[in-house]
Write a protein that binds this ligand. Structure first.
Ligand SMILES: C[S@@+](CC[C@H](N)C(=O)[O-])C[C@H]1O[C@@H](n2cnc3c(N)ncnc32)[C@H](O)[C@@H]1O
Length: 294
């Protein structure tokens, strides 16, 4: 098993590069992720490989990439996607009628299941003449390559892809399933480290920032939420993972429930908003949003 000193070197590296916490007890994970890289580099074990990391910047980047946790699935948790279709989309179709375009940020997109799940819902629900761009970002270059390739194994497809959508949106290529070109053309990719200042961008109508804050310490979560707030349109929406919240972290959000999910909206009098520019609080959609303290 990896030595204590080398584990601590790797944990510091991961934290410095991605802000992800890698606490004692995760030695097995580090060992499992780095062993294939050690073998590929010709090192006898992970400890020798970590010695290499101390002086080899390119190998360090490969190691960090391999250590990111990319767990994801299609339509993950279902309820956020239901809220997207039933609450957010009807609202945006009214308020964006002048430009007939939506910009959606899939921050920490992993291998793209979140981005392409959204594409399918948009394809099924956007009226003719409307367009949408899903801006898929992640710190991991290899994940972004996967998003661009848009190819998934059968095991990955089994994780949440309904048969009807498999038939409508995928083609079998060898052992994999390739997502339709019309969905791929809706997605752009870019490497964005959430822990660093974001590159310039316009504001997004919807931000999916799901299942990534859990890996960060409190100050990092707070800082990211504050900076994300500036990137969400004043009448836009933020969705977090089911175990994540802004509560007690960042008070620049209004929390509203839609079915089983909490939707976050920038507070009109928050640091990046003006009450005058704020959206009306009442949303006339099939599902009613309810202000919540949760
Ligand atoms: C568990 S996956 C979540 C994927 C997807 N959002 C979902 O909910 O299924 C977490 C993703 O966060 C990315 N990540 C970790 N640290 C990051 C950072 N500092 N900036 C951007 N992405 C990061 C990882 O590379 C990984 O792909």
């Amino acid at each position: 098993m990896i030595s204590e000193a080398n584990f601590s070197f790797v944990a510091d590296l991961l934290r410095r590069e991605t802000a992800m916490l890698c606490e004692t007890g995760k030695e097995y994970l580090v060992e499992a992720r780095l062993l294939p890289l050690a073998r590929a580099a010709g090192d006898a074990d992970v400890d020798r490989y970590v010695d290499r990391l101390r002086t080899d910047a390119a190998e360090r980047a490969r190691a960090v990439d391999a250590l990111t946790i990319n767990e994801t699935s299609w339509f993950r948790d279902l309820a956020p996607y239901q809220a997207f279709t039933e609450v957010m989309l009807p609202h945006l179709l009214q308020t964006r009628a002048h430009r007939r375009h939506l910009d959606i940020w899939s921050a920490a997109c992993s291998s793209g299941q979140e981005a392409y799940s959204l594409c399918m819902l948009l394809d099924e629900n956007l009226p003719a003449g409307w367009t949408a761009t899903i801006h898929a970002t992640d710190v991991s270059p290899s994940m972004l390559e996967r998003v661009q390739a848009g190819r998934y194994s059968q095991v990955e497809m089994n994780r949440g892809m309904p048969a009807t959508r498999l038939v409508s949106y995928f083609t079998r290529v060898g052992n994999e399933w390739e997502v339709a070109a019309k969905l791929r053309s809706m997605v752009t990719t870019k490497q964005v480290n959430l822990a660093l200042p974001f590159p310039p961008s316009a504001t997004y109508d919807v931000v999916f920032l799901r299942n990534v804050l859990i890996y960060f310490d409190l100050d990092t979560k707070r800082d990211i939420l504050r900076r994300v707030n500036a990137r969400v349109a004043r009448d836009g929406f933020l969705l977090l993972g089911s175990t994540e919240t802004t509560l007690d972290l960042d008070d620049s959000w209004v929390r509203e429930t839609a079915g089983r999910v909490v939707i976050h909206r920038p507070r009109p009098d928050g640091p990046h908003g003006t009450a005058a520019a704020a959206a009306p609080r009442a949303i006339t959609t099939p599902t009613t949003l309810t202000a919540t303290g949760a």
